[in-house]
Design a protein around this ligand. Structure first.
Ligand SMILES: [Zn+2]
Length: 272
């Protein structure tokens, strides 16, 4: 109950903030200086063609790592300004770009599910031709296959408190807020519900920069814990969301803490 209330408050806060920003910021595109919003449609199209998002399979122990774009050019600049220079107004564009990659993969997964359903039906027909009961084992296997994803929970990797204070906002939470908006509309037709939940909390203030990979991994594992009273649902697809990943150590550690059946990771860009 409390969680829902704080989510609503956050939504109100963002709406007011956007309204004020629209009034005070010049309504010009940051790339081409034309009118039509902070990023005009032409420039959005340009970036999506020149620097499309991509998917990496079996990465950092995740079934899928979804990346919004390569670390270069305008895209890199937008990510940096969003993260370090308080340009929260870039959040929507960046989230939409990452959202397109997530949407593409979820859509594909749903289509795969459907085709495996057809195969299963054919298999059922064959089985019923033969007389006799099916072994329990086969029935159980089918049950597992039938489990289809109906819900996606976006989980922000918790930002260090000190960084939130310095930057004036929690950029990863903001990213998840915008992602929820974008994906809910897109995935409604596929019967998938999307919401963000900040399920993880940060335990210590350790910054990982410049440490050995093994050391980073160890520290990362100690950095997070799951919020009290949270129940992980086994038919839900969890997507861990982070801004930039370097070694994947934080993501892998968060996945370990989350202990969900199905977890993907989504980031704006990959450092190397
Ligand atoms: Zn433009």
């Amino acid at each position: 109950m409390l969680k829902i209330k704080s989510k609503q408050l956050y939504r109100v806060k963002i709406t007011i903030e956007k309204f004020i920003l629209e009034m005070i910021l010049p309504n010009r595109c940051v790339r081409c200086q034309r009118g039509g919003g902070i990023f005009c449609d032409r420039c959005k199209k340009y970036i999506s063609i020149i620097n499309p998002g991509y998917v990496m399979n079996d990465m950092y122990g995740f079934e899928k790592l979804l990346v919004a774009g390569l670390k270069e050019g305008w895209f890199e600049r937008l990510v940096r300004d969003f993260k370090y220079r308080g340009r929260r107004d870039y959040g929507e564009f960046l989230a939409d770009k990452l959202g397109e990659v997530i949407f593409g993969e979820v859509k594909r997964m749903k289509l795969d599910d459907r085709s495996s359903e057809v195969k299963r039906m054919k298999f059922d027909d064959r089985m019923s031709d033969k007389s006799g009961d099916e072994p329990v084992e086969v029935l159980r296997m089918k049950d597992v296959e039938i489990q289809e994803i109906r819900k996606i929970v976006l989980v922000p990797l918790p930002t260090i408190r000190k960084h939130i204070r310095e930057r004036g906002f929690d950029h990863t939470l903001r990213l998840c807020f915008e992602l929820e908006n974008f994906l809910s509309k897109k995935l409604e037709g596929l019967g998938v519900k999307v919401e963000y939940e900040d399920l993880l909390v940060r335990k210590n203030k350790t910054v990982q920069v410049g440490k050995e990979k093994k050391e980073r991994m160890k520290q990362a594992e100690k950095a997070y814990e799951i919020r009290e009273g949270i129940e992980i649902e086994n038919k839900t697809l969890y997507i861990l969301v982070d801004d930039v990943t370097t070694t994947g150590a934080s993501l892998a550690a968060a996945k370990k803490i989350l202990q969900a059946d199905r977890v993907w990771a989504a980031v704006l860009m990959k450092e190397r």
